[in-house]
Write a protein that binds this ligand. Structure first.
Ligand SMILES: Cc1cc2nc3c(=O)[nH]c(=O)nc-3n(C[C@H](O)[C@H](O)[C@H](O)COP(=O)(O)OP(=O)(O)OC[C@H]3O[C@@H](n4cnc5c(N)ncnc54)[C@H](O)[C@@H]3O)c2cc1C
Length: 482
């Protein structure tokens, strides 16, 4: 064994650097291994307001604010024939995670190379031992518990001598590579309904969106899918097309290149085509597919899966970095209390599973309902309102939608005990669970949506063991029974 550490984090994306920094700020010994040398390219540029309170906890908010990223005050939807704006609200006074309550009503549009590097550099400044250009090749287990990472420099021309680092706990934040799930647990399941392909590129000289709040993401449906338009602070516009894989394949079989499919879809989308009239595509197109999946479990003996290593939903609501930093916060709070002997490992892991899964399924329900483009915006708002456990009496349906899709509802859940959530909405939850428990009677196109609803209400109802536990940030980050 070359060395050892209390917590090993695999991956230096938003999930890894968030978990590592929070743990280091609690005084634990943390080592983070990242395969690439930053800055490195990554997709996932549109961030939600929920990232802001977490940046406060990391102590990085000022650095991010000062960087000059494009501020994003909401979104513009041109969806299924309807157009509407979504403006992030400032009704987050009940969040104890952040001192700066009223300032949490925006997100950012970020080139991820810059953003991820900023977070990783910050992690170093907070005491995390960061090894860049280092790949975890394999893990050595003691029974089901990972105990040692075998790693070597990732660069091809570097000497390939292997090293070993022992650890007490592992946070696997290795993204889609998913070291634990794909190599050892084999518990990753892909979503049939979201078998999509994304094709995107960067444009210079595009028009500014004439509608919507400042820095809005444009989300525009087309007959076979949808587009995102994300304005970045360097003046470029990130434009991505998402198609179902079968549709895309069919077009390819008929001889269309990805470039032609992308450009023809732009022609079918008046809102995006208008923005791009004076613009020029300045990069080659990038393609990704099969990115919607979830692991059967997010924790196990001695480990937590955070961010894309655990699950990824879909780009539609820009929830990837939110779920990455949110799960990292939950993992860091859980580990802090485990390492301080305040709660048992099983109990903390139950809370992690329940809270993370509940957030994932809630967003899955909203995304699945949006994919049924014919339903109309009022039905999406209504759907979101049924999923808000902490304020079940909310009558402002659009506000409920904003709270869910800005990630703020998830932060509320984490800081509320299950008791509180159940007190507020116990009856509603039980009722919803009963009424959604009828998947067989639904038309096939509704199955994904109904299943997700069932899973959401199920995760809200079970886990009696973790009743009374919630995430606290004061006086220290951890789990507590208030
Ligand atoms: C088409 C598309 C569009 C998207 N758009 C958005 C968006 O607008 N907004 C949004 O929030 N999200 C978006 N996402 C999702 C977003 O990209 C991810 O959810 C987010 O990057 C997850 O962060 P992470 O830290 O979990 O993983 P990552 O950011 O992927 O970081 C994982 C890191 O682990 C490292 N690693 C992997 N294996 C090893 C190993 N063996 N050893 C050492 N290091 C390793 C990798 O090099 C990588 O740097 C999009 C995704 C797709 C596919």
């Amino acid at each position: 064994m070359d060395q050892s550490t209390q917590v090993l984090v695999i991956g230096g994306g938003p999930a890894g650097s968030t978990a590592a920094t929070l743990l280091a700020r609690e005084g634990f010994e943390v080592t983070l291994m990242e395969k690439e040398v930053f800055p490195r390219y990554h997709i996932g540029e549109s961030l939600l307001p929920s990232c802001l309170p977490i940046m406060d906890l990391l102590g990085v908010r000022e650095k991010v604010d000062a960087y000059g990223f494009q501020v994003k005050r909401g979104g513009y939807f041109d969806w299924g024939g309807e157009q509407w704006n979504l403006t992030f609200g400032d009704k987050f006074e009940d969040l104890t995670f952040s001192e700066r309550f009223v300032d949490n009503n925006y997100g950012y549009q970020v080139p991820r190379a810059d953003f991820d590097q900023l977070l990783l550099e910050h992690a170093k400044s907070q005491g995390v031992t960061v090894l860049e250009g280092v790949e975890v090749k394999r893990l050595v287990f003691d029974g089901a518990r990972p105990r040692t990472a075998v790693w070597s420099p990732a660069a091809r021309d570097a000497q390939t001598q292997e090293h070993e680092t022992g650890f007490d706990f592992l946070v696997d934040a290795s993204g889609r590579a998913g070291v634990m799930t794909t190599r050892y647990l084999r518990t990753r399941r892909h979503h049939e309904a979201f078998k999509n392909i994304a094709v995107w590129g960067y444009w210079k000289g595009a028009k500014k969106l004439p509608v919507g709040p400042e820095g809005a993401i444009a989300i525009c449906s087309v007959p076979d899918g949808w587009f995102w338009g994300i304005p970045l602070h360097d003046g470029s516009l990130s434009v991505g097309l998402v198609n179902h894989k079968d549709t895309f394949k069919l077009k390819r079989q008929r001889g269309a290149s990805p470039d032609r499919i992308y450009r023809e879809a732009i022609d079918e989308c008046p809102a995006i085509a208008d923005l791009l009239t004076p613009a020029e595509l300045v990069t080659s197109l990038r393609i990704e597919q099969d990115y919607s999946y979830t692991a059967e479990r997010f924790t196990g003996p001695g480990y937590f899966l955070a961010g894309d290593a655990a699950c990824f939903l879909d780009p539609l609501l820009s929830t990837g970095v939110h779920l990455a930093t949110y799960s990292a916060l939950l993992a860091a709070a859980s580990l802090s209390s485990i390492l301080r002997d305040e709660v048992g490992e099983d109990e903390a892991q139950d809370l992690y599973e329940r809270t993370y899964r509940q957030s994932y399924f809630r967003l899955l329900v909203v995304v699945a309902s949006l994919y049924q483009q014919y339903r109309g915006k009022d039905s999406y708002f209504w759907e979101a309102q049924r999923l808000t456990l902490n304020d079940c009496s909310a009558t402002d349906l659009k506000q409920a939608f904003v709270n869910v899709v800005s990630g703020i509802e998830d932060l509320r859940d984490a800081q509320a005990t299950l008791d509180l959530a159940m007190d507020a909405g116990g009856k509603v939850v039980a009722e919803e669970f009963r009424s959604t428990n009828t998947v067989d009677s639904m038309p096939p196109e509704d199955h994904e949506l109904v299943q997700a609803r069932m899973q959401f209400f199920h995760s809200a109802m079970v886990s009696q063991d973790v009743r009374g536990l919630c995430v606290v940030t004061k006086p220290r980050l951890g789990l507590a029974r208030p």
